[in-house]
Design a protein around this ligand. Sequence first.
Ligand SMILES: Cc1cc2nc3c(=O)[nH]c(=O)nc-3n(C[C@H](O)[C@H](O)[C@H](O)COP(=O)(O)OP(=O)(O)OC[C@H]3O[C@@H](n4cnc5c(N)ncnc54)[C@H](O)[C@@H]3O)c2cc1C
Ligand code: FES
Length: 278
Amino acid sequence: MSHQVTIQPSGHVYSVPDQETFLGAAIDAGLNIPYGCRNGACGACKGKVLSGEVDYGDYQATALSDAEKEAGLALFCCAKPLTDAVIECREVFALNGIKPRIMPARVQMMEKRSHDVMALFLKLPSNERMQFLAGQYIEFILKDGKRRAFSLANAPHNDEFLELHLRLVPGGTFTEYVFKEMQEKAILRLEGPFGSFYLLEAFIFVKTAISRLFLLPAGRVLPRLKDCLSTFFINTQLAKWCCIGALKLWKTSICQLCRRLGQACTLTLNLFQYCQSL
Ligand SMILES: Cc1cc2nc3c(=O)[nH]c(=O)nc-3n(C[C@H](O)[C@H](O)[C@H](O)COP(=O)(O)OP(=O)(O)OC[C@H]3O[C@@H](n4cnc5c(N)ncnc54)[C@H](O)[C@@H]3O)c2cc1C
Ligand code: FES
């Protein structure tokens, strides 16, 4: 049995199958509710339940407090409707039309870039390529069906391998497995591409990259920035001037950031050296 859900203020209506979350069914229906971890940890998918009964699912108290729950808020990545419902949340602008696909991937190479950063190079089945836009990410699907998101660090035109930079989360199920147990040739299951932070055009990029640079954690920013910059530099000379201008403008902040991140990855070092040379 499925339930009908209406999103306000857009008025979009979609159907949520039994045992499916608000978010999962919205993605299947092509609706773009914002989300991050899909795991009840980050709070990015938080929205209001205006009417209807809801199973709140499993989530972390830091992502949704009891007071928020009492005020009618829910995490749509975990919550499931028990009746028809009306919810209130923002919807992100239309995505690029590339549909996410589930596929296996073989770990071709693992490169430890520092004590807590691992670069993974994944090979898709022969003749398969993942079409994506610079700045998007993939999700690994774990054995219990849970998901872990990681940004794609290779540029879309350089797609022989999918490159990811993983930071070790102490006690983290997936990253601890990668650092301590996983070997090259392991087979992982992933879905992608996802994400609405991707290369649009010169000025939107510069604005978004700079604002995100100071809002997102390093593990998420650096691969995206590297990816976007790479495509950006290849695409247009104008983009290069914009980036140089922006880097000059933000030289001090970027240098401080790079120093803080230390030797997190080669991109940081390159960026640091580049800023110094401006
Ligand atoms: C869109 C997106 C892109 C990302 N890209 C990258 C990337 O390129 N490189 C990278 O290293 N990491 C990235 N991350 C973060 C990455 O998904 C998490 O670090 C990863 O899920 C940890 O998995 P785990 O199983 O090791 O830890 P878990 O077992 O899931 O978690 C361990 C602890 O970390 C907390 N936690 C986990 N994920 C989050 C989160 N998203 N927000 C807040 N707290 C969290 C949990 O609450 C828990 O306490 C990205 C996250 C998102 C949402
Ligand atoms: S997407 Fe992170 S809590 Fe829902």
